[in-house]
Design a protein around this ligand. Sequence first.
Ligand SMILES: [Mg+2]
Length: 267
Amino acid sequence: MQNPISLQNLKYFALDMDGTIYLGHQLLPGAKEFLDYLAISGRKYVFLTNNSSKNKQSYVNKLQELGLNANVNQILTSGEATALYIKARKPKARIFLLGTPDLEREFVSHGFTLTSSSPDFVVLGFDQTLHYDKLTEACHLIREGVPFIATHPDINCPTAERSGYIPDVGAMLELIYASTGKKAKIIGKPYQEIIDVLLEKLDCRREETAMVGDRLYTDIKLAENAAICGILVLSGETKQADLMFSEIHPDYVFAGVHELAVALQQK
Ligand SMILES: [Mg+2]
C-alpha cells in the first residue's frame, strides 16, 4: 500500500449499509453521528447496494425506520447504476429485462423501452419474478449475440427465511452461462462501473472519494478496482484476523464508523 489519501481530503463517501451503518435491524453505534458529521463538514455521501430487486424508496424507508434521514438521491442501487451505465452509451435503448416490477419501473423512468423484439441489450437483475419463458427468451437473445449485462454478481442473497439464503443474480448467471457459454458484463460491487456511475452522477473526483464497507471481497475490492480510497470497518463480516491473510488491502481500517468519524475530525 502506498501513500493512502489523507482522510481529511476526502469529500465523497460511498457507504455500504448492512454491517457498516446497521446490522440487520439495529443501527450500529455512532452511525447517526457519523452521517451528521459528514453533512455538517460539507461532505457528501451515498448508500450503495447491490440489491436490484427493490426501489430506492424502500431503502429510504428502512433508513428512516432506524432514525436516519435520507432521500432517494442518496441511494444508488446496482439497478439504477446499470440503467445509468446503459443510458450513457445508448439513450432510449431497447432492453429485454429480467427484473422485478420495481426494476422495470426504474428502467422505464430512464427512457428505455422494455421489449423482447430486437433489443439492444439483455439485462439481468435480481429477478424474483423469473420464470422459464423469460429465461428461454434471454438465452435465445444472448446466443444470437445481443450484449448481456447483469446488475451485480452476488450468488446468494441473505434472508431470514429457512436455510438463510435465496439464489441471487450470480446463480442465475451460472445457469445462463451453462446454457449459452456467454458471460455478462457486470456493473455492481466489486466492479468499478458502479463507482464510475456514482462519480458521474455526483460530479465527484476519484481522488476525493472513499468506499466504506465491512467486506473485503466486495467493498474494499471495489475501492481497489475503482482506484478510490478503501475504508474497512470491522463492525460487520470482516474480523481483524482476516486481514492477515487477505490479498485485498484497505487504505484504512476502523472498528466502526464511530471511530472513522473521530479520525476525520482530527486535524
Ligand atoms: Mg456490508
